[in-house]
Design a protein around this ligand. Sequence first.
Ligand code: SAM
Length: 265
Amino acid sequence: MEETPLALYMSIGFDIITIFPGMVSAYIGESILKRAVQKGLLDVKVYNLRDHATDKHRTVDDYPYGGGSGMVMKIEPLYTAVQAIKADGLERLTVMLSPQGRRYDQAAAESLSQEKRRILFICGRYEGIDERVKESLVDDEVSIGDYVLTGGELGALVIIDSVARLIPGVLGDEESAKEESFTWGILDYPHYTRPPEFMGMRVPEVLLSGNHKDIADYRRKEALRRTLQKRPDLLGKAALSKRDYDILNELCSSKTGINDAEEEG
Ligand code: SAM
């Protein structure tokens, strides 16, 4: 029987409007995302906003009404760019990158990875984008964190990268996304590879034992320990079993509880 191509199972498409198409294409053209595109699991189209400017200088920004520093991205080129992209009739979710948007996280990545529509990103620059763009063209305003970047391109790439790796077939077995930080609402367990000892630092014996049950128990406990240590805020929302609560109680009640992994390992 002929094998069904992965692309028929699930794939995801993105459109990006930017004044720096080269920045975006450079990242998409390397490594895992490049392979995902080649396999037909990921489709990314990058549009230069200046192609939709109407004057000979290809202007996309102007002075702010009311005065103040910096320039503002004009609505007309963005409007015509979005209309031109949507002329293919495909369904799209239009997302504007903005530090004022809904904060992006792993749950948002998982939700976007199920999106059937193409996702169209509008990348801002300068002081930001004319407010009427949000009112007339945008479905969702997303921030990748509480800091201000010079443009939305990195935000779009962060989202594409984190969503693409959730699409089945994008990561090989060796790069599985199933057991990573945030996947189960807690942080990932510690990783080791050869050599078993380096400058007196030994890999925990249990990982060399070949006992799969002991290894799984060790990893779960270490994942819980480091979540308790580094991001206790996550535990309130995580999907935890009765056994997880027992482990957490044990870690909390032991005097060195959250710091004694080495002695136990
Ligand atoms: N004046 C704007 C404000 O304070 O809200 C910031 C404009 S910023 C210098 C220029 C562009 O970078 C924004 O329009 C947005 O597209 C992008 N950007 C900056 N920080 C971002 C963040 N944390 N998340 C997503 N996009 C961001």
